[in-house]
Design a protein. Structure first.
Length: 282
């Protein structure tokens, strides 16, 4: 099964409306098995390339059955990260750490939230770059290689990509999210979704320099992180959809109490708007 990356790039360019703050586009349907390029048949014959300066970090809320699929998509990358760090929230694991050659699993007691866990994992890592991933999503096999090339050759400290969205029980890419090429320029024109946090490769020193996620609420403040990041560090979004995002009905983004229309989100938006005005006004 193969992917025509030129076709997806054309779809992202032609069918999208790149308006700041509008991250979904006119729908089309691509079966996810055609979007991903699996190479299991010849994996033993090809040389495995490893990016020694990259750690992939995954925060898992222990609340869905898709973690293994997410990790498999990282393990099937054309260029592997040196290590995958997985933090499991509300864990009943008996050991502090379970390890194999590629994956380290860290157990967190009680409810901590995804940002605390991600921050902890990034601070554990000792690599130059961090590849961030949600625990229920899927990476395209070329994702790490293309993001890393852009970071190195384009001298960018954070690189994101377009994203293909699919529903939990209908694994077809139904919409594309396309983000502004220059996140700083987009945010200078107003608060918007300038990058999608889980799609990014970031230089670890840049993450630490802006304070990371240390002052974050339990959820929903990734936009504030992107605002601080874009203001201080050079970022770029690739137009290629290198990441597939799963829409789950009970996720923090979708459920009624914490979703985009909830009062809690409104409070977070007010906080982020204040931060944005302070950084980008004048």
């Amino acid at each position: 099964m193969t992917i025509n990356i030129e076709l997806l790039n054309e779809l992202a360019t032609v069918s999208s409306t790149q308006v700041c703050g509008q991250i979904t586009v006119r729908g089309f349907s691509i079966p996810i098995e055609n979007w991903l390029r699996f190479r299991l048949s010849n994996s033993s014959a090809r040389a495995i390339r490893v990016a020694p300066d990259v750690t992939c970090c995954v925060a898992f809320g222990n609340d869905h059955p898709y973690l293994s699929q997410a990790l498999s998509s990282i393990a099937a990358q054309n260029m592997l990260p040196a290590k995958i760090l997985v933090g499991i929230d509300n864990s009943s694991g008996l050991s502090e750490e379970t390890q194999n050659d590629l994956v380290d699993i860290h157990h967190f007691r009680g409810r901590n939230g995804p940002f605390f866990i991600m921050d902890s994992l990034i601070r554990m890592a000792d690599s130059k770059y961090i590849l961030i991933m949600d625990s229920d999503d899927i990476s395209h096999p070329d994702r790490l290689e293309l993001l890393l090339n852009c970071a190195v050759e384009g001298e960018a400290e954070v690189v994101g990509s377009a994203v293909g969205n699919f529903e939990e029980y209908d694994e077809k890419i139904s919409t594309l999210g396309v983000f502004p090429r220059d996140p700083y320029e987009a945010l200078a024109n107003g608060l918007c979704h300038a990058m999608l946090y889980p799609t990014i490769l970031i230089r670890r020193s840049a993450y630490l320099d802006i304070g990371g996620f240390s002052d974050f609420d339990f959820f929903g403040m990734d936009t504030d992180f992107i605002v601080r990041l874009a203001h201080r560090r050079r970022g770029v979004n690739l137009p290629l959809p290198l990441y597939a995002k799963r829409r789950r009905t009970m996720s923090l983004t979708e459920c009624r109490s914490t979703g985009m229309e909830s009062d809690r989100r409104a409070n977070i938006l007010e906080y982020t708007s204040t931060r944005h005005r302070a950084l980008f006004s004048g």
